[in-house]
Design a binder for this molecule. Structure first.
Ligand code: GCO
Ligand code: MG
Length: 401
């Protein structure tokens, strides 16, 4: 099966998405997500100027060889731009192979290991009472796991709350600047989870995303402070390049740890997984370089008691989300899937076969990964440059966002 053409489709139904669409001489097509939030056009250039010219003409069935060709063949390896570009191609090729086999992707991976997949949704509030109310609203809709984030008194805009945008440039088309205080945060967050458990009880899984902002000893402190509230996980407690830092956290607290959404190769997570310094690996299909490496990462995690928990925010397209669902349905060590309901205009551009009901997800049984792109509709949503916010300490020091 020969690759006859490749299109890189940039569309912005609600936010920017980059999609790889591969055409073959047998009439089958496949799509993959190549979106890198805030740096989308870098991936487009990497694809159009460097990968597409040497992809056309290749055998679409040789997925592994193409992945190795683009990973090792570039000489310069790893990195978010490179791996998102490779990820879009790889996911599209797996979509095609499953369609050619007339089966949903999870069957090609080894079949279903469960009937459905637990998911978690996002709740937030400027004040604790509002956050508690919003967690309760998700529970009323049948969700069993909810991430809770809250505004911090004395800080204007905080990640994960409504006044922190993640996709909109400010009036000067520059990243929104936010202010951070670890001390104020560390004092306030335990009160959020005390209120959640007092008012909603323990029959709901609660998650929290620190978003890379603490040092290991601060994360150890927060983990200990949160132990009475039995969190499902504390996410991105520290900037994860420093994998060894998790040894210190692990020595002080039993609060489960999740990390990995910013990782783009198995090497970023190897030490964390092999030393079981984390409980959930958050790597996701687009940023990890596609389905091919995700299988390896999930299997490495599985032999070290680490569960999967693919990153699934709205800045990964439904094509990535669907691929995560197929991987999750197959993976024996599936943990949980993040679910941020897409905007209607996004779902109109990316129609899919996956379903959500009673707090659980299923990829559906359409051949491939089950998501397509409506190119005519996609053309109606032109790209608009946008940035993720940046974060500064109260003294102006640039900090992790
Ligand atoms: C999450 C992530 C997101 C990221 C976003 C960046 O846990 O879903 O932390 O909120 O900030 O995906 O583009
Ligand atoms: Mg996160």
């Amino acid at each position: 099966m020969k690759i006859t053409d490749v299109k890189i489709i940039v569309t912005a139904p609600g936010r920017n998405f980059v999609t790889v669409k591969i055409f073959t001489d047998q009439g089958l097509t496949g799509i993959g997500d190549a979106t890198l939030n805030g740096r989308e056009k870098a991936v487009v250039a990497y694809l159009e100027d460097h990968l597409v010219p040497i992809l056309i003409g290749r055998d679409a069935s040789r997925i592994e060889d193409i992945w190795q060709y683009f990973y090792k063949g570039a000489y310069w390896r790893r990195g978010p731009v490179t791996m998102a570009a490779i990820g879009g191609i790889d996911t599209a090729l797996w979509d095609i192979k499953a369609k050619a086999a007339g089966m949903p992707l999870y069957q090609l991976l080894g079949g279903a290991s469960r009937e459905k997949m637990l998911c978690y949704v996002h709740a937030q509030g400027g004040e604790i009472a509002e956050a508690v109310d919003n967690v309760a609203k998700w529970m009323d809709k049948g969700y069993r796991a909810v991430r809770a984030q809250v505004g911090i008194p004395g800080l204007p805009a905080v990640y994960g709350t409504d006044n922190s945008t993640t996709n909109t440039a400010d009036r000067n088309n520059l990243p929104q600047e936010e202010t951070w205080s670890t001390a104020k945060y560390m004092r306030h967050v335990p009160m959020l989870f005390e209120a959640l458990r007092d008012q909603l009880g323990f029959d709901v899984e609660l998650l929290h995303d620190v978003h890379h902002r603490l040092t290991p000893i601060e994360a150890a402190r927060l983990g200990k402070d949160l132990e009475p509230y039995r969190l499902f996980w504390l996410e991105d407690a520290v900037a994860a390049e420093h994998q060894e830092g998790f040894r210190l956290i692990r020595n002080h607290t039993t609060t489960p740890l999740a990390v990995g959404e910013v990782f783009n190769t198995i090497w970023d997570a190897r030490l964390l997984i092999e030393e079981q310094l984390i409980d959930y690996i958050r790597m996701t299909t687009v940023h990890a370089g596609g389905v091919t490496p995700m299988r390896r990462i999930m299997d490495l995690a599985g032999i070290h008691n680490v569960r999967t928990a693919c990153h699934g925010a709205m800045d990964m397209s439904p094509a990535c989300f669907a691929a995560n669902l197929h991987l999750g349905l197959w993976a024996p060590n599936f943990g949980i899937q993040e679910y941020s309901p897409y905007l209607p205009e996004t779902l109109a551009v990316f129609p899919g076969a996956w379903t959500v009901a009673d707090g659980h997800l299923h990829p559906g049984d359409a051949p491939g990964h089950g998501v397509d792109i409506d190119e005519t509709l996609a053309a109606k949503y032109p790209y608009e440059r946008s940035y993720l916010p940046v974060n500064r300490l109260e003294d102006g020091t640039l900090w992790h966002w």
